[in-house]
Write a protein that binds this ligand. Sequence first.
Ligand code: 13P
Ligand code: G3H
Ligand code: NA
Ligand code: ZN
Length: 308
Amino acid sequence: MLLTTKQLFEKCYGRYAIAAVNVFFMEEIHGLFAAAQQTGSPFIVQTTPFARDYAAAEMLLAMINAAAKIYPDTVFAIHMDHGYEEHIYDAVAKGGYTSVMIDASHDTFDKNIERTKAIVELAHSRGISVEAELGVLAGVEDDLTVDAAHSFYTNPQEVEDFVAATGCDSLAIAVGTSHGAYKFSGGQGLQLHILNEIQKRLPGFPLVLHGGSNVSSEVVERINAAGGKIKTDARGVQDDEIRKAIPLGVCKINIATDMRLVWTMVNREFFRDKPDEFAPTTPGKTFIETYKNFMISKFELFGSTGKA
Ligand code: 13P
Ligand code: G3H
Ligand code: NA
Ligand code: ZN
């Protein structure tokens, strides 16, 4: 069943979080929907502009809609992640999304409000929910790299005015996470006191955590044992940080890097262990199964199992 993110957040606020999973190709979509169906977990399937350029938006949406038929008990929203105006206009014109993110977080506060408000008016007229962002995350997100010096935490003093002025349905915040595999190499971790300040000012309002990957050291070690060179000081968001963030209003947790790492592990091990094989379907099947089990453990951690 296709819902908006607003509908999903009304049910989960303060109790559990919805995994928002970036998809780029068919095997991920199978693994994700299979995990959700098997565990009865609601989820958000999301595409970045980069994914739309890579696979074509029509291809991704057709695969997602096919998956909804193949896995008919699933409950989910289709979200555009990190959209700019051009992508959102295109998505609204062609249809298919129940939720969009307008990422004007790199603009000034006033400009961010102006751009977000315009998208809210357009999207709400079509029944589409809007995620906005305040604060700047470090890291690598598609083709945009933000170094630590240019990132900044969300200012809790600004959140009430921003939400009131824009009418957005959820707010992505910068509270120490970053995009990509090298999140807390400075070791500072999730800034729960800032999150707490934000939640006090926006009680009941859904917050979004970008950069939610865990960057499992077991997966990184297996990749490197199979010829990879992922830096081993990489550290993602820890399970206990996630558990503390959910009661503080985090309703949506974005995951993309962890999928890339699982994909890299499965394929590197395949090429190392089966040098005489050349069928994409062999590592493809292993990936679907491995990714399904990985997502089942995420749903369990986020508390969404059985909530569909
Ligand atoms: P990760 O890099 O932690 O997977 O975050 C992804 C994300 O925030 C997508 O919007
Ligand atoms: O931000 C969304 C893009 O998919 C980038 O994801 O942070 O895992 O590289 P990433
Ligand atoms: Na998003
Ligand atoms: Zn993001």
